[in-house]
Design a protein around this ligand. Structure first.
Ligand code: ADE
Length: 450
């Protein structure tokens, strides 16, 4: 890969020859050429700029001077290590650093690392006459106007060095240990990197997180991934909403949802808010309950029984009564921009448990009863159910309950696995009436005293 950096201050680029970049140059992996733009200027003063048409402050760099420089550098042969090395039709890119360019991102850098030559045209003053980019773009040259951030530098030289280093380190053979590239910020799913630690084990009373001291590699990987997700949501919510969804595991999605970002099965991620329902939610929750209830019913349950249950048990009056009485009933809702997509209902009063569970020895006194936890089909697997369930459990614990009890259909293994992941264990069975039809449930309990 050949870099041609053109500037009126070519000495700026001397530090690029230090460290790994210098080694890569010695090894023939990169060729760095710094050029003085004034070599292409004419006239007694070898002037490279002039006043702007239309008036205004400052000076503009002349198109004719830049064109002479770029024509020359774009036509250099690229067979540095012998003619047989020369690409048949080399990819040459003219990169122009400017605060008005498109942001330089890791995917962009990864793409540029596949070029054969990158020519960086460093402007000073008010920038380069706009016809330079227009002309080269018009004759088929790949022109990239890029910005390294939303601030203004005195010229493009620092940005040129940023681009050069970011691209060169991705070239095969550049890094001593290529594994370093695998888990760094902005790579893979697009998460920021997790925090790293080294010796001493204790520094100014701050200890190393316990999990990193053990040899459980799966646990360490999970911990790192969770910290990376939390950090990305906290400091770069824009990135957290545009991750590569195909690389997110169910555990990643649960952590993201806990941090307030939900990825649906298809389509764009959204900010997620999980909160106690208010009376303004009554209609929306009952509609949500009506459309999600059939998803969890066993296949042999007749439609009339389902409809009857929805009409009697999930109508707005029922939810109005539940939401109006937060001392005995707790309804939490999950809301995205488009509306409510999930809810969880727990009964927490002295009469919380349904009669079939009250018989002595079945479940502990002081248990809360988790009656419902439903999420819209489009948001299954997004981690919203995990957040709702954990919120309901934490709420029951705060209210002084010693356990949370629930019943779920015996045939619904997915639901049982979900509750098991959240610390629920099978305790017994019961029968549950849906629209006059008997259903067999397993009863599961999560102990809150441990
Ligand atoms: N030149 C001046 N400011 C710049 C920036 N933020 N990015 C790229 N080039 C620049």
């Amino acid at each position: 890969m050949r870099f041609d950096l053109i500037s009126i201050f070519p000495d700026y680029f001397a530090p690029l020859r230090l460290s790994l970049m210098g080694k890569a140059e010695d090894a023939g992996l990169v060729q760095l050429h710094a050029h003085d733009l004034r070599d292409w200027a004419t006239g007694k003063h070898r002037s490279v700029d002039d006043t702007p048409y239309g008036g205004g402050a400052g000076m503009v760099m002349r198109a004719d001077v830049w064109a002479r420089a770029l024509d020359d550098v774009l036509s250099v042969p690229l067979a540095a290590r012998g003619a047989e090395d020369a690409p048949a039709s080399p990819r040459r890119v003219v990169a122009i650093p400017t605060p008005s360019g498109t942001p330089l991102t890791q995917p962009r850098v990864e793409d540029l690392a596949r070029a054969d030559q990158i020519i960086v045209a460093c402007g000073r003053y008010e920038g380069i006459d706009a016809r330079v980019a227009e002309h080269y773009h018009g004759v088929g040259v790949e022109v990239v106007e890029f910005s390294i951030g939303d601030y203004v530098l005195n010229g493009g030289e620092v940005a040129a060095m940023v681009l050069t280093e970011a691209v060169a380190r991705l070239l095969d053979g550049f890094m001593g240990n290529p594994d370093s590239l695998v888990e760094e910020s902005h790579s893979g799913a697009g998460l920021l990197e997790y925090p790293v630690f080294t010796k001493p084990r204790e520094f100014r009373s701050i200890e190393i997180p316990e999990v990193l001291l053990g040899g459980n590699h799966a646990a360490i990987e999970r911990w790192r991934r969770d910290r990376a997700i939390e950090k990305t949501v906290r400091v770069r919510p824009d990135l957290a909403l545009s991750l590569d969804a195909s690389s997110l595991t169910p555990e990643d999605r649960a952590t993201l949802a806990h941090c307030g970002v939900a990825y649906p099965q298809a389509g764009a991620a959204e900010r997620l808010d999980v909160r106690l329902a208010g009376l303004e939610d009554v209609v929306a929750v009952s509609e949500l309950a009506a459309r999600t209830f059939p998803d969890a019913c066993p296949e042999n349950l007749p439609q009339e029984a389902i409809d009857d249950h929805i009409a009697r048990q999930l109508n707005p009056d029922v939810f109005d009564a539940l939401i109006s009485d937060p001392e005995r009933h707790r309804v939490f809702v999950a809301e995205v921009w488009g509306g409510l997509v999930g809810y969880v209902l727990t009964h927490v009063g002295p009469d919380a448990l349904p009669s079939e569970l009250v018989r002595p020895g079945r479940v502990e006194d002081g248990s809360a009863y988790l009656s419902k936890c439903y999420v819209d089909q489009a948001w299954r697997g997004s981690g919203i159910a995990d957040v709702l369930l954990e919120r309901a459990v934490a709420d029951a614990a705060e209210l002084g309950h010693t356990a949370v009890v629930l019943g779920t259909n015996r045939g619904n293994k997915a639901a049982q696995a979900f509750y098991k992941r959240h610390g629920f264990r099978k305790r017994s069975t019961r029968t549950f009436d849906v629209g006059g039809v008997r259903n067999d449930d397993v009863v599961m309990v999560r102990d809150l005293t441990a």
